[in-house]
Design a protein around this ligand. Structure first.
Ligand code: BGC
Length: 707
């Protein structure tokens, strides 16, 4: 058991030395706010806990008045230590942006950071100083509802997303004005839950853990994440909340994470249900031994640790180390001495402009076979479907501080943007829909998931469109009139019948406060849909998990050869590939070059891509750089992403894009799972998606490069 003295500043050490055990446990205890119709407030239990120094942080409290009240109570208590005010600001606070799965598809790290900065500024103005975001779980199973919270299936994307979000939330340093401390969650492999069922067990191989699930967290630590939250789940039988190997050996000892580990909601007492703890005392001891510093609403540290110490299950030094980590974070956030100063929120116009840009940049034009877009202003447009007027469906599952009246529904936004819109009351009613479309030149049909159909505890065995929506869509599409389908959702929806029947489909995801306006701008042609899929879109549930980075196998799929890796009753190809998305601008890749200097001393490689917009429509395109390791000591994925970026294009524009491929792209985990570089040939492939690979070149990593 570690007996190292707790590190920390002299002020924090003095504070620690003056605290009683209950006061120390108070710093390790997070209590919850009470929810009221007009927002959260401190309830009597939390109030008493703060007054008595038995709580050091609060979950789910925001609002200047409520937070000032809580912080004043804490300041008046013994030691006067301010509170961590933690809230799930996943994709916006008051101004909601597109959900992370959507925003990832913008492939624009500056935008990712900018929306996090905006969310932080709004949340900080409401007194929040700690967000439980970003969510960094790579997810390859659309049955899992929490796929919506992260950046999709690909580890390279997740790493880039992690770095941008941490810097966006935290600013230049912890305590930066208008910033919040960030929590990388849920450590780790939560996306691998069995059969996509939330909270279920995960059992990734050691290799998959190291290649796929751990890298985004390592990147978050490198970027300075203040906190990490272990996942609810067990990984190969070891619940993450008590997982010493991953929390201590990997996160703390190998990656040198110095921040705070915060349990998930009541996850410490849940160690009893996992079957690894016999009671609360045992559960508290296991979590503390594994390195969990803050107990989120579990009451386990407060109630269990005194006895655990008495029984000799945990050493006081462990308690002190945890308290010191909490005090250090608080010191950096200015909660130990400085008076509470809440920044002003950013101007609403600025927030709405950023949210609109993010929404437009995240929407994906999945199909436009008959070139219905842009819609003509003189057309009579019917806006129908159950989600046409659903404002909460636009803002998605993590939007607790949203003000719905600041969001225009799709029907409202289209009515403002086009002179001639009919929008009958939104419903599933087939007859009403058919009547509406007969009077119109064109129909916008709004389908998909409501906000509560995605997110936590929203796994779906059959993630398609609900049956009543299917009946409506089939009737409308069979009428043979022009229809644009707009889909709202938080995961790929398995609906091959829809993609067969509809000629034009815009995937809006859950686009946020400005989602209605963004749909209107894209349909009117004021803006090009520039999002791409950050996740492979299956055509059948039986294809799940499906992702582009699989290994080729010894019998790569060949539709003409039965004895290859394929299905008898379904193609192996997805409905839409990773990276798919149409643009009205027509970009072509013209050349792919490796920089003349070859591999640099640090092992990185620069490649350049020339592209041209052949149309007279301005817009943007997204270029993906994949790698293939042709021969290695272990079978490598058939394609590995090592660069991707959106590029704006003027009409008939020519551009050269430069990509720096990191040294780690050219290394692998050997049979012993140790990282190494092996000499040999790599193929570098530039394309517009994992299925639209346009240009290739080869590079050799020679023994001299490795010297
Ligand atoms: C979720 C976390 C979240 C926490 C606090 C839990 O149920 O798993 O992601 O941060 O609640 O709201």
């Amino acid at each position: 058991m570690p007996r190292r003295p707790a590190a920390g500043s002299p002020a924090a050490r003095r504070l620690l030395a003056s605290m009683t055990l209950p006061e120390k446990l108070g710093q390790l205890t997070m209590v919850g706010a009470d929810w009221h119709a007009d927002g959260p407030r401190l309830g009597p239990v939390a109030r008493r806990a703060i007054e008595g120094g038995r709580a050091g942080s609060i979950l789910g409290l925001w609002g200047r008045e409520a937070v000032t009240d809580a912080q004043s109570l804490a300041r008046e208590a013994q030691h006067g230590i301010g509170l961590l005010i933690g809230f799930d600001v996943l994709h916006g606070h008051r101004t909601i942006g597109p959900v992370p799965l959507a925003e990832a598809g913008a492939f624009d790290p500056e935008l990712w950071a900018e929306t996090a900065r905006l969310a932080a500024a709004e949340a900080a103005a409401d007194g929040v100083n700690l967000t439980f975001a970003p969510m960094l779980d790579v997810a390859r199973d659309p049955r899992w509802g929490r796929m919506v919270e992260g950046s999709g299936e690909d580890p390279w994307t997740a790493r880039a997303f992690a770095a941008a979000k941490i810097v966006g939330f935290q600013g230049q340093r912890l305590g930066w004005p208008g910033s919040v401390a960030a929590t990388a969650k849920h450590f780790v492999a939560y996306g691998a839950v069995r059969a996509g069922r939330d909270y279920a067990s995960a059992d990734p191989s050691e290799r998959e853990l190291a290649e796929v699930y751990l890298p985004p967290f390592e990147e978050a630590v490198r970027a300075g994440a203040a906190a990490v939250m272990p996942a609810f789940i067990d990984v190969a039988g070891l619940p993450m909340t008590a997982n010493k190997k991953l929390l201590r050996t990997i996160l703390r000892d190998t990656w040198h994470f110095k921040g705070v580990i915060i349990s998930d909601y009541k996850a410490i007492p849940e160690l009893i249900a996992h079957g690894v703890a016999s009671d609360l005392v045992d559960a508290a001891a296991l979590a503390l031994q594994a390195g969990v510093d803050i107990d989120m609403l579990g009451e386990a540290y407060e109630r269990g640790l005194p006895e655990a110490i008495e029984r000799g299950l945990v050493d006081m030094a462990l308690v002190d180390q945890a308290v010191m980590r909490v005090l250090s974070l608080k010191e950096q956030l200015g909660l130990l001495a400085e008076p509470l100063r809440l920044p002003s929120p950013p101007p609403a116009s600025e927030s709405r402009e950023i949210a609109l840009r993010a929404a437009c940049g995240s929407m994906v034009l999945l199909k436009d076979d008959t070139r219905l877009l842009p819609l003509r202003a003189d057309h009579r447009i019917a806006v129908i479907g159950p989600l046409a007027d659903d404002r909460l469906a636009l803002t998605g599952p993590w939007a607790a501080a949203v003000r719905p009246d600041e969001t225009a529904s799709i029907a409202q936004a289209l009515s403002s943007a086009f002179p001639n819109v009919v929008a009958p009351p939104a419903s599933h009613d087939v007859e009403a829909a058919l009547t509406a479309i007969r009077t119109a030149d064109l129909t916008v049909l709004c389908l998909g998931e409501t906000a509560e159909m995605s997110g936590e505890a929203a796994s779906r065995a059959d993630p398609g469109l609900p049956a009543d929506q299917r009946a409506l869509a089939e009737a409308v599409l069979a009428a043979g009139r022009p229809v644009v389908v707009v889909i709202l959702c938080g995961r790929p929806l398995v609906a091959p019948w829809l993609f067969d029947a509809a000629s034009t489909v815009l995937l809006a995801w859950f686009p946020g406060t400005m989602g209605g306006e963004a749909v209107a701008r894209i349909l009117s042609g004021a803006e090009d849909a520039s999002g791409r899929l950050a996740v492979t879109w299956p055509r059948a549930v039986g294809q799940i998990p499906i992702f582009f980075g699989d290994r080729p196998s010894g019998r790569p799929s060949d539709p003409a050869d039965r004895m290859t890796s394929r299905y008898l009753d379904c193609p192996v190809s997805p409905q839409f590939a990773f990276g798919h998305g149409l643009s009205r601008a027509s970009a072509q890749l013209r050349a792919l070059r490796i920089a003349p200097e070859g591999f640099r001393a640090d092992g990185a490689l620069r490649v350049e891509v020339d592209l041209v917009n052949e149309s007279d429509i301005p817009g943007s395109t997204t270029v993906f750089i994949f790698l293939r390791d042709l021969v290695a000591s272990v079978a490598r994925p058939a394609l590995m992403l090592c660069g991707a970026r959106r590029c704006p294009l003027e009409r008939h524009d020519r551009k050269t894009m430069v990509f720096e491929l990191e040294a780690s792209c050219f290394s692998l985990l050997g049979a012993d799972l140790a990282r190494r570089r092996e000499p040999g040939e790599f193929e570098i492939v530039a394309g517009f998606s994992a299925a639209e690979l346009c240009l290739r070149t080869q590079v050799t990593l020679s023994p001299e490069d490795l010297a």
